[in-house]
Design a protein around this ligand. Structure first.
Ligand code: G1P
Length: 297
């Protein structure tokens, strides 16, 4: 039986310590990328792929996330009175974007544990997981292709990207076999953040997954791994090894534009890359950037 995938799970319970002190009292997911909080890009991406039911896995001090996707009566009334329809549209857009749900993670036991918290909401259907640190350019297709692939193969699908071997230790890395489709590989093994120089390939997991519900059964029995945390990568490796009841795991190779907002340097790069392409900012930013760069030694 094939299901239409409608649910997206977005883990957002991390402490964001790499951005302290900015994240002392504010969730890292609310950091602006140009003029939108990072999390809004991710919800927009889910909705653009037809996933209107969004479950966010949050934690303490994450109220700003719920507020961002909720009405804000006073502000709306003020903007309405002023007749500022443009700003009012921006405010209402995130409220009306998706059917939002929230569950708290409780103990911060890792990404696998966060995903397991979605079990009740998701039920026995395939669903998507989107990690907030990875932004995918809206001009490039990824989720839609992964959903299509899931339907074709009735397996779980992870997004993979070729990375420089120098940085492979920061990702889950795949061993794989080729398929008849140059964009799709069959995953035979996965290792979460391999020690430097030991990565089995240069295909790394980026934060997009379409998972079969069997992942919950596997996660319930997955022991803490790297960093003492329950790792989604470890559960997927077990699923890859048991295709007879999990459907196996395939990788979809993404060759488009991805912006990493997970650390400070990449976050700055993401803002610049997105801003230069914007019609409202690009024409002024581009010449300024060139001049600024030519003054650097
Ligand atoms: C997580 C996953 C890792 C994946 C990465 C992609 O790690 O555990 O397998 O490669 O996201 O961004 P994190 O970066 O949250 O530590």
């Amino acid at each position: 039986m094939t299901f239409q995938i409608t649910k997206a799970v977005i883990p957002a319970a991390g402490l964001g310590t790499r951005f302290l002190p900015a994240t002392k009292a504010m969730p890292k997911e609310m950091l602006p990328v140009v003029d939108k909080p990072a999390i809004q890009y991710v919800v927009e991406e889910a909705v653009a792929a037809g996933l209107h039911d969004v479950l966010m896995i949050t934690g303490r001090n994450k109220n700003a996330l719920e507020n961002h996707f909720d009405r804000v009566g006073e502000l709306e009334a003020t903007l309405e009175k002023k007749g500022d329809t443009d700003k009012l549209r921006k405010v209402n857009y995130s409220t009306e974007l998706a059917d939002m749900h929230y569950v708290r993670q409780g103990d911060p036991l890792g990404l696998g544990h966060a995903v397991l918290r979605a079990k009740m909401h998701v039920g026995r259907e395939p669903f998507a997981v989107l990690l907030g640190d990875d932004l995918i350019d809206e001009r490039d297709q990824l989720l839609t292709c992964m959903i299509e692939e899931q339907g074709k193969r009735n397996a779980s699908i992870v997004a993979l990207m070729e990375v420089d071997p120098e940085v492979a230790h920061m990702y889950g890395v795949a061993t794989f076999e080729e398929t008849d489709d140059p964009n799709v590989v069959r995953i035979t093994g996965l290792v979460e953040k391999p020690a430097k120089g030991t990565a089995p390939s240069n295909l790394a997991i980026i934060g997009r997954y379409i998972l079969r519900p069997e992942v919950f059964d596997v996660l319930e029995h997955t022991q803490p791994g790297k960093g003492g945390e329950i790792q989604l990568t470890d559960a997927l490796e077990k699923m890859a090894a048991a295709p007879e009841w999990t459907g196996g795991v395939y990788g979809f190779i993404f060759r488009g534009r991805r912006y990493d907002t997970g650390d400070r340097l990449d976050y700055i790069k993401a803002i610049v890359q997105l801003a230069v392409d914007r019609d409202d900012l690009g024409p002024q930013l581009r010449p300024w950037l060139k001049e600024f760069a030519s003054d650097l030694d």
